[in-house]
Design a protein around this ligand. Structure first.
Ligand SMILES: [Ca+2]
Length: 272
């Protein structure tokens, strides 16, 4: 016997499937919206700064072209992903093809940033590089750099590159370049020379991936030598970052009359 309820049953089935469709679309939209809204937790990168004052007399005038006269002590804070807030260059091996005049290459990643004598390594003159092997492909968000600050000076043609190739022949990304005249043939740099201080130079990096960091310089405003006290690299394992939500590029620390960075003294036991 045929039922007279067929149209009503049909309407109920249509209503059920329409409801299911609406629910599915809403669920997908909600999930997509959540993913878009989810951003990485960012933290302020706070460098450990050793106390230091120019030891004698008036500071010399820094004579170098294209000089940024801003004070590094008044730079804006830099925010990086929370799980990249670690110095992954600490105690990592450093190499160079240059002759070493004073000190040792491992001073560059030993964690000591004092300005006193005995903390810097000096490389021979002309364009020279030092290279840090992070020993793991890393995603890099900041590099902090102390050349030599016992006397006020600026280093010439500071170029920083990141690559997975130890020979820096392939896949090279230049993240900082003050060689505005392109004397080193890496392309004309858009960054300015800067005066060395105990605050170091903090360079934001937009999550560039690579295992090696290479730093060039070509003498300084006082003499032809190339010196390094410390280099820090802030980042995380590149494989780890693949599973994380997209991180916004770090905020560039332009200089303004803001609050000074927290100052931490280097413990006297660390001094040589
Ligand atoms: Ca050091």
């Amino acid at each position: 016997m045929k039922t007279t309820n067929t149209p009503r049953a049909s309407r109920a089935i249509h209503f059920f499937f329409f409801g299911l469709l609406v629910f599915t679309i809403a669920s997908i939209s909600f999930a997509t919206g959540n993913a878009a809204d989810k951003q990485e937790e960012m933290v302020e990168l706070k460098l450990e700064i050793s106390r230091f004052t120019i030891p004698f007399g008036a500071p010399p005038q820094v004579r170098i072209e294209n000089l940024d006269q801003s004070e590094q002590s008044k730079r804006k804070p830099l925010f990086i992903p929370k799980n990249a807030n670690q110095n992954i260059a600490f105690k990592k091996p450093v190499t160079s093809e240059a002759n070493i005049v004073i000190g040792e290459l491992n001073f560059i990643t030993d964690g000591e940033k004092d300005g006193d004598e005995g903390f810097e390594v000096e490389l021979e003159s002309e364009l020279q590089w030092v290279q840090i092997d992070l020993q793991k492909r890393s995603e890099i968000f900041a590099i902090a750099l102390w050349h030599f600050y016992r006397r006020e000076r600026a280093y010439r043609n500071v170029i920083i590159q990141i690559s997975d190739d130890a020979g820096f022949k392939r896949g090279v990304t230049t993240v900082f370049n003050t060689d505005f005249e392109n004397t080193s043939k890496f392309g004309a740099g858009k960054d300015k020379h800067y005066i060395e201080t105990n605050y170091g130079k903090l360079i934001p990096v937009a999550g560039v991936k690579g295992r090696y960091v290479r730093l060039y310089s070509q003498g300084n405003s006082t003499n032809p030598g190339n010196h390094y006290i410390e280099v820090e690299v802030y980042g995380r394992d590149a494989d780890e970052s693949a599973a994380s939500p997209a991180a916004p590029a770090p905020q560039a620390p332009t200089i303004e009359n803001g609050k000074e960075l927290k100052i931490t003294s280097v413990p006297s036991s660390a001094k040589k």
